[in-house]
Design a protein around this ligand. Structure first.
Ligand code: FAD
Length: 280
């Protein structure tokens, strides 16, 4: 359970200025130094910023809203902007009201173990409200998305039935559709020392693919306007599937090659049809 709400005017703030409904000037205010900070790396964010600006959107980075009046706001750098409408889109804050009068341990969310069980035996929490460890870093955090909520729900159900594996940790996955752009990002898209990054760009088509590997195991992907099944890539990361030299081929054809690897690897598996080994 969670309550989605603005958390003050700190992070992203979108005032809209204009005289008619048809023609509005949109300005995005972002306190970080890039747009879409949780979704993509800075280089791609710079490319998308250019694109959005060409579409007429103004974007201010590294600033926040210091003051908000009825028709005017003041930014942290002193700049004043007029507005007709202001929209705060600054993330989520969990609603912990339901456990307020209890001894259930909380931080940003309700703290759970690898079975999604709280510190009180027999009481579980999952989804947006649950806080658990990150798959890569082990740090405790929230992971407010549908994929994670469903996965955590399944983990509790399996636990209650006395089967299933412990939850391996939270992995981010996000999609974004805007101005004809289809973006998917999953796992760790910023490499760490020892990681290998494979990338392919087609600036003309505004298409981009990035895969980050540790040895032959996928850690994260970013796909912009590239065909790929996000669920497969999420599982390749989550199950640390050894790709055994197929990494370049996977980058070349993330859709067909990904499907082929998934069919060979995930025995349970959702897709019944056999796909051909892509010829590349
Ligand atoms: C605008 C928006 C867009 C989103 N887009 C995406 C997206 O594209 N992809 C994605 O993966 N995720 C997206 N999310 C996030 C996604 O919706 C959540 O991660 C997901 O719904 C979490 O599931 P949940 O079951 O934890 O919580 P919820 O879906 O919030 O369900 C919690 C339920 O508990 C109820 N409840 C609350 N308190 C109590 C109480 N005390 N007693 C009984 N019932 C209670 C609530 O009414 C609600 O029905 C989006 C969220 C928002 C708000």
């Amino acid at each position: 359970m969670s309550k989605h709400e603005g958390c003050g005017y700190k992070q992203r703030f979108i005032p809209i200025r204009g005289n008619t409904v048809e023609k509005k000037q949109v300005q995005v205010i972002e306190w970080r130094e890039q747009i879409l900070p949780g979704l993509i790396h800075p280089e791609l964010a710079a490319l998308l910023k250019d694109l959005f600006e060409k579409k007429g959107i103004r974007i201010a980075l590294g600033v926040s809203l210091a003051e908000l009046g009825e028709k005017e706001g003041r930014l942290s750098n002193g700049e004043k902007i007029g507005m007709d409408l202001a929209i705060a889109a600054v993330g989520i804050r969990t609603n912990l009201e339901v456990v307020k009068e209890t001894s259930i341990a909380v931080r940003e969310g309700i703290l759970v173990n690898e079975r999604m069980e709280t510190n009180l035996p027999g009481i579980h929490a999952c989804g947006d409200v649950a806080e658990y460890r990150d798959f890569f870093t082990g740090e405790s955090r929230l992971n407010p998305n549908l994929v994670s909520a469903a996965e955590q729900g399944r983990c509790v159900a399996e636990h209650l039935l006395g089967k299933g594996n412990p939850h391996p940790g939270l992995i981010s996955i996000n999609t974004f559709h805007s101005f004809g752009l289809n973006l998917l990002s999953a796992g760790r898209f910023m490499p760490e020392p020892g990681d290998r990054v494979l990338e392919e760009k087609d600036q003309g088509e505004m298409a981009y693919k990035r895969m980050v590997f540790k040895d032959d195991k996928l850690k994260g992907v970013v796909f912009l306007n590239a065909s790929a099944d996000g669920g497969i890539y999420y599982r390749l990361v989550r199950e640390r599937v050894p790709l055994g030299g197929l990494e370049e081929k996977l980058l070349k054809d993330p859709f067909l090659r990904g499907k082929w690897i998934a069919e060979k690897t995930f025995k349970d598996k959702n897709s019944k049809s056999e796909s051909r080994n892509p010829k590349q």
